[in-house]
Write a protein that binds this ligand. Structure first.
Ligand SMILES: NC(=O)c1ccc[n+]([C@@H]2O[C@H](COP(=O)([O-])OP(=O)(O)OC[C@H]3O[C@@H](n4cnc5c(N)ncnc54)[C@H](OP(=O)(O)O)[C@@H]3O)[C@@H](O)[C@H]2O)c1
Length: 312
């Protein structure tokens, strides 16, 4: 199987390179080889490489900057996604794409007034440019007619790249106390886990007796996050607890919870980012682990890399 993988210098793309290694040839162009703001280049690259599957984790992910770089955010998250999808349709290549909890306004509540998880079919109402551009990408892919899976995830972190977990470890190393937002709820999702579950799905695609039928039954949007939800304050505390246990930190800073109003950002964030994963289980038989277990896996891998480095 020949897989065209974008965004291999990003968190999910980087992890996918490892998880997909057993499937055959992976073509992973860097930005210098394929700039996603150039739709013609995308069409030509796909036509020239003739992959069996396109996996597109590349995205414009600078949520605050997107409020000022509206055109660029839409170019990468919507127009590039459309270019891949249109070419995938023309050449009959399936596409796996990633999207985000930010397509929702974060206000979904149950009858008791408590936040409750979003289903794939819930109405989207992004509250910022990043979310709007990602939603436009979803709509373009669905309208293209290509065989597709759109995996929506949330609060991505890894031992690589820019993310909340690494920021906490860096700040926590020299501060006694940190203030972290406590009124936004969601599921932290490890890029490693996203990559492993994507590989599991690719395995199912590869072994399908009737690929056409497989895509008819599975195509569409699927939420991909671990179980349980938390807020950023509790996530930060869990990072410090686990990192301390694994001796990645020598002490645990105190984490004070603050409301979002005390930590103003250029872009608004949804208060409720919880995504239901019932469809993931129903379609692919994937049982989701607790986010706490994924965090431990990620930090253990970080520790192992550190030990390997020290021994080298
Ligand atoms: N991060 C999160 O918290 C989060 C949450 C929910 C959903 N998601 C979604 O999950 C997916 C993966 O996110 P991630 O966290 O892995 O993203 P990331 O770490 O920010 O990586 C983004 C990747 O896109 C590439 N890229 C951006 N603009 C490009 C361009 N013009 N040409 C070529 N490549 C370009 C980047 O390349 P360079 O290294 O060259 O910049 C990088 O490899 C995305 O669809 C994202 O929307 C992320």
């Amino acid at each position: 199987m020949k897989i065209l993988l974008t965004g291999s210098s990003g968190q999910v793309g980087h992890a996918l390179q490892t998880s997909l290694a057993g499937f055959g040839e992976i073509i992973a162009p860097k930005r210098e080889q394929l700039d996603l703001s150039n739709t013609k280049a995308i069409q030509e690259f796909v036509a020239a490489s003739q992959p069996d599957l396109i996996i597109n984790p590349a995205a414009y992910t600078a949520v605050d900057l997107a409020e000022d770089e509206v055109t660029l955010a839409h170019a990468i998250n919507a127009q590039a996604a459309k270019a891949f999808a249109d070419q995938a349709h023309t050449l009959n290549i399936p596409l796996i794409h990633y999207s985000t909890d930010y397509v929702f306004d974060g206000e979904k509540r149950d009858d008791q007034g408590n936040f409750c998880p979003y289903e794939e079919s819930d109405d989207c109402a992004p509250i910022g440019v990043y979310g709007a551009s990602k939603r436009a990408g979803e709509l373009a892919i669905m309208a293209s007619g290509c065989r597709h899976l759109i995996l929506r995830t949330s609060w991505v972190y890894s031992d690589f790249g820019k993310n909340f977990m690494l920021t906490m470890l860096r700040l926590g190393a020299d501060r006694d106390q940190l203030k972290v937002v406590k009124d936004q709820w969601g599921a932290p999702t490890s890029a490693l886990w996203i990559a492993d579950k994507t590989a599991e799905i690719v395995g199912q695609i590869q072994s399908a007796d009737n690929p056409q039928e497989w895509w008819q039954q599975h195509q569409g949007i699927v939420h991909l996050t671990p179980a349980n939800s938390t807020n950023w304050q509790t996530f930060a505390q869990a990072i410090f607890e686990a990192a301390f246990e694994l001796q990645l930190m020598t002490r645990k800073p105190e984490v004070l919870g603050i409301p979002s109003s005390e930590y103003p950002t250029r872009a608004k964030r949804p208060h409720n980012s919880m995504l239901s994963t019932a469809r993931l289980n129903k379609l692919f038989g994937i049982d989701v682990p607790k986010w706490e277990d994924c965090l431990l896996d990620c930090l253990r891998q970080m520790k192992n890399k550190q030990l390997t480095k020290e021994l080298a």
